[in-house]
Design a protein around this ligand. Structure first.
Ligand code: AMP
Ligand code: ZN
Ligand code: ZN
Length: 419
């Protein structure tokens, strides 16, 4: 009896020490065959100055270990879909074709919106060659989770692993999903992974960039990064994976007073409005182009109105057939709304937002975030602001794939990467 007890005790000791060992190693142990890997994280609407607004120990650790830009210059228009897809392709929105969150395509007569799943998954909208497509063509696996463009095939190529966007999936489940993908055996294990979190954008729209709600969202975002880094540490691969934190644009405070009512200057008989607030996309009906332009150009000193060919050169927004013939952009802090929206706010049916973006990328309020660390990146380096078209070349270099022709500046990769 005593002998049996002793054997049982010995088995327990051996079993528990192997459990401890397994825990130290993580679920699968540090994979010896880990290839150069990138986890690209987007915190939507995370303005460049947000790390200083709230405690962000994990972002600060990343900055200390790696590189960061004083700020990241978004592309015009400073909206979510155009900029995420610019980061993925290295092309300006006026070149990749996601020219706004809401788009009209004259050749087909189709309209695109973020919530139209069949359009989001329709390859016709998505030009260029996103980074995950290059990875797949090089015979490796990619896993963009909730990245605009990742739900559509590019020349027939889909990422190995992807999911249809669902804003209700909790942040913890997104992080767990990515860690589970990293636990796959080498051939299936993705070398390019993305994560996306809405928190700072949602809080910024609802409450404004200087609100306590935004500070709370900044802290949550930093916590997501911490949770991911903990998962990587448990697997023994924190310092073997490249983490790139970006945002798509910033956020400017707005109120219900600084409003331009589009209906006062534009009739639906004369023009089709493809996109509104704070930009205005206008397709005049045949023969109405000059009249519509004149009416809008004289509407309000806080609304800048351009013919497509006269938009600022730095926007690179003159060529694509989906760029509307007339484009309006409100001044920082101003909105362009439909009368119905203004009335609904006045009636209290909807609450007017307190923050928005979409303005000229040159404005500091529109500037975004770039922070990265890992074996490919220099350490403890701060670089001057650069445009988000340049991120593509950086990712391609780390992943050892040949980038498609793009709008990025190759000098940016040299300033950020070890070699
Ligand atoms: P914006 O209007 O530019 O502020 O867009 C932000 C919103 O875009 C988020 O709150 C999400 O609802 C939506 N969104 C972000 N990523 C995706 C996606 N991959 N698919 C569909 N909708 C998305
Ligand atoms: Zn956004
Ligand atoms: Zn937004």
């Amino acid at each position: 009896m005593r002998r049996a007890l002793l054997i049982a005790a010995a088995i327990l000791v051996i079993a528990s020490s192997s459990v401890t060992l397994a825990l130290q190693r993580g679920p699968v142990g540090a994979p010896p065959d880990l290839q150069p890997t990138v986890i690209l994280i987007s915190f939507d609407g995370f303005r460049w100055d947000y790390p200083a607004k709230a405690p962000t120990p994990n972002l600060r650790q990343l900055m200390a270990r790696g590189v960061h830009a004083e700020n990241l210059i978004p592309s015009f228009p400073s909206k979510t879909f155009p900029n995420h897809y610019t980061i993925a392709t290295g092309l300006y929105p006026g070149h990749h074709g996601i020219v706004a969150n809401n788009i009209f395509d004259p050749p087909t007569g189709r309209t695109f919106a973020m919530a139209k799943r069949e359009e989001v998954q329709n390859p016709m909208w998505w030009g260029g060659e996103p980074i995950w497509t290059l990875v797949e063509r090089a015979g490796r696996a990619s896993a963009p989770l909730f990245w605009p463009g990742s739900e559509a095939a590019h020349n027939g190529v889909m990422p190995h692993l992807w999911k249809a966007y669902d804003g209700n999936v909790p942040a913890s489940a997104r992080i767990d999903q990515v860690l589970t993908w990293l636990d796959l055996p080498a051939p299936q294990r993705p070398v390019f992974i993305t994560l996306y979190f809405e928190d700072t954008d949602s809080a910024g729209h609802a409450n404004g960039p200087d609100s306590p709600a935004v500070r709370a969202a900044i802290v949550r975002d930093d916590g997501y990064l911490g949770a991911l880094m903990n998962g990587l540490t448990r697997r023994g691969i924190l310092d073997r994976v490249n983490i790139v934190v970006v945002s798509d644009h910033g956020m400017a405070p707005i109120d219900d007073a600084r409003v331009i009512v589009a209906d006062d200057y534009l009739s639906t008989n004369d023009a089709y409005i493809s996109d509104i607030n704070p930009t205005l996309g206008v397709f005049p009906k045949p023969g109405k182009e000059d009249a519509v332009y004149r009416s809008l150009a004289n509407a309000n000193p806080h609304l800048k109105v351009y013919r497509k060919a006269e938009t600022p050169e730095r926007w690179h927004y003159r060529d694509h057939p989906r760029v509307p013939p007339i484009i309006g952009v409100a001044d920082e802090g101003w909105q362009v709304l439909r009368r119905a929206t203004v009335d609904a706010v006045k009636a209290g049916t909807i609450k007017g937002p307190r923050g928005t973006h979409g303005y000229d990328p040159m404005l500091m309020s529109m500037r975004a975030t770039f922070i990265a660390a890992g074996p490919a990146f220099k350490s403890g380096v701060t670089v001057p602001p650069f445009e988000n078209v340049s991120i593509y070349n950086v990712l391609a270099k780390i992943l050892d794939v040949i980038p498609a022709p793009n709008d990025g500046d190759p000098a940016v990769a040299r300033s950020l990467l070890r070699n």
